[in-house]
Ligand binder design. Structure first.
Ligand SMILES: [Ca+2]
Length: 156
């Protein structure tokens, strides 16, 4: 079962585990496939095992636009265990659903870094809304060390 801020939460009728908003939604999936959608100013996603989907929704990201930034405090989301980046892999394949952004929106790699604590490879991305110009920042900890490629994310 998935949890939000440490509390067990069932998926909604669409199969999506919804955050509860506020300053932080700390969302964790179970052993299977989970779809997690944070509503907070900062959303932490931990999918666990299974091919999980992390939703970045323009509706909620719009509450906390900071402009393009590498500062952790300015990130809208942190995906703590992104699995299967860089295209097909035979194991778990996580996915990022970019929901509600305007026509012509694009995802760009801003920076590749290393976590000072774990040594993990961190990829910093920006989503630029093609209509409003708003920028949403997020970071993935890529378990296999690769960056996102086609098939790892899509705009809806
Ligand atoms: Ca999972």
């Amino acid at each position: 079962m998935a949890t939000v801020d440490g509390v067990t939460v069932a998926a909604d009728v669409h199969g999506v585990v919804q955050g509860d908003g506020g300053a932080v939604d700390k969302m964790a999936g179970g052993a299977g496939k989970d779809t997690l959608e944070g509503h907070a100013a900062f959303n932490q996603y931990f999918g666990g095992a299974g091919s999980d989907t992390f939703v970045v929704s323009a509706k909620f990201a719009g509450l906390a636009h900071e402009g393009a930034s590498l500062a952790f405090a300015d990130q809208y989301a942190y995906m703590a265990d992104f699995q299967g980046a860089g295209g097909y892999s035979s194991g778990d394949n996580d996915f990022i659903a970019l929901s509600g952004f305007g026509a012509g929106s694009h995802l760009d790699l801003a920076h590749v870094g290393t976590s000072g604590t774990s040594g993990a490879t961190l990829y910093y991305y920006t989503i630029t809304d093609g209509v409003t110009g708003d920028v949403t920042n997020f970071v993935i900890n890529s378990v296999n060390g690769h960056g996102l490629a086609a098939g790892d994310y899509a705009f809806y």
